[in-house]
Design a protein around this ligand. Sequence first.
Ligand code: APR
Length: 232
Amino acid sequence: MANIVVLTGAGISAESGLKTFRDLGGLWETHSVEDLASPAGFRKNPQLVLDFYNLRRKQALEAQPNAAHLALAELEKKHHVQIITQNVDDLHERAGSSKVLHLHGELRKVRSTQDASLIYDIDEIDPENLEIHVGCTCEKGSQLRPHIVWFGEMVPEIEKAAELCRTADFFLVVGTSLMVFPAAALIHEVPAATRKCIIDPNLPDVSGIPNLYTIQEKATAGVPRLVEKLLG
Ligand code: APR
């Protein structure tokens, strides 16, 4: 049994119908990051931000895990598999992966703007529509916000993720442009001697990473084939 650590990004959910951020037609091409994914944007127009995440939540809940998510869950049959994801959808969990660490938050959760430790499942707040609006408050009476890490905010789980990467026997990267830090720096926490692989149809810059091989394919093609080898 090997300790396999997998870092995923928006690309692994692309074939489930969820847009990535920086590809052609990606979310940040058609929407303003500053207005929708920053504390300043939320202060300026909270309903605009809440509507954006209400829509993304609806889309994520309507999406289904694809062959890449399912293959990673399958890998647990023989190996210890830790998923570290930048994604805020729950497709890894719905595919059956038992160890999923979300670096950038989760669409299924909302939290207090006054006390970040007050985190709720959206089902508790609005079981019918799974939405939050201006005026939806926490038990302390402060406005609720999506439990998402916005630009300029801390990534509370980053040290835990780095620790997990340091213990990897095999490190796999799927569907991330490796452009957003600190997540993109995690690959440097993986020991030089550890075998590494990246799966992406448009390979990001991974020059200088030791012991790395690349599979220039979409996730639903590349991941199941790699998993078959790792289970072989
Ligand atoms: N299979 C595999 N990879 C794919 C596929 C696919 N079908 N389609 C696209 N990709 C790849 C792209 O080539 C790109 O490298 O997925 C990557 C998507 O990159 P981004 O859109 O930058 O998404 P990501 O790296 O997850 O973004 C990181 O930025 O906006 C913030 O918080 C947000 O978590 C996000 C972070």
